[in-house]
Design a protein around this ligand. Structure first.
Ligand code: ADP
Length: 161
């Protein structure tokens, strides 16, 4: 069974990677789908996020990483997949995730959303907070994989000059 894990992943964190590893251990095939919304501004371009995630999952042979502009359900329909995976941390995530899953179900009732709860090690990891930590010179090396830490350092340096 194939499952889709969509997200912005801006940047991908150790929390995302943990969800990817666990899902790859349960399902036959995992499709990580990077949202590329032209109306949004990202810290890292779609191509940069793609390159980082591909490197993060290089040791997982049943994981594919793709870019997608548009609704996730459309991508699921296109490749014939019926399950969307999302991760949840605290209760604060739940409202948003619940609504999103209702919206996706309204768009296509055949597609189900399932959730994996975070590992407590990654409970507080949030892409937006990591960008703040990076911009204010904090240490984020334990929060993201090495490839992401390197890219973050580079991006922060560029913004300074
Ligand atoms: P969004 O798609 O809403 O922009 P993200 O790209 O930040 O969200 O995350 C993609 C998915 O991974 C979401 O379901 C989010 O709740 C989940 N996620 C993010 N960080 C973690 C974490 N530390 N542990 C578990 N799940 C997470």
């Amino acid at each position: 069974m194939t499952i889709i894990y969509p997200g912005s992943f801006d940047p991908p964190t150790n929390g995302h990677l943990d969800i990817m590893r666990r899902a790859a251990g349960i399902f036959d095939q995992l499709e990580v789908v990077i949202a590329d919304n032209p109306r949004k501004t990202y810290f890292f371009s779609a191509q940069e996020r793609l390159t980082m995630i591909r490197e993060m999952v290089a040791d997982l042979s049943n994981v594919r990483v793709t870019l997608w502009q548009g609704l996730v359900v459309k991508y699921a329909e296109k490749i014939g997949v019926r399950i969307i995976l999302r991760g949840v941390r605290a209760l604060a995530d739940f409202d948003y995730e619940f609504e999103l899953s209702m919206m996706n179900r309204a768009l296509n009732p055949k597609i189900e959303t399932i959730f994996l709860t975070t590992d407590q090690k990654y409970f507080v990891l949030r892409s937006s907070a990591i960008k703040e930590v990076a911009l204010f010179g904090g240490d984020f090396s334990e929060m993201v994989p090495p490839v992401v830490a390197k890219a973050l350092r580079g991006r922060v340096q560029e913004r300074k000059t």
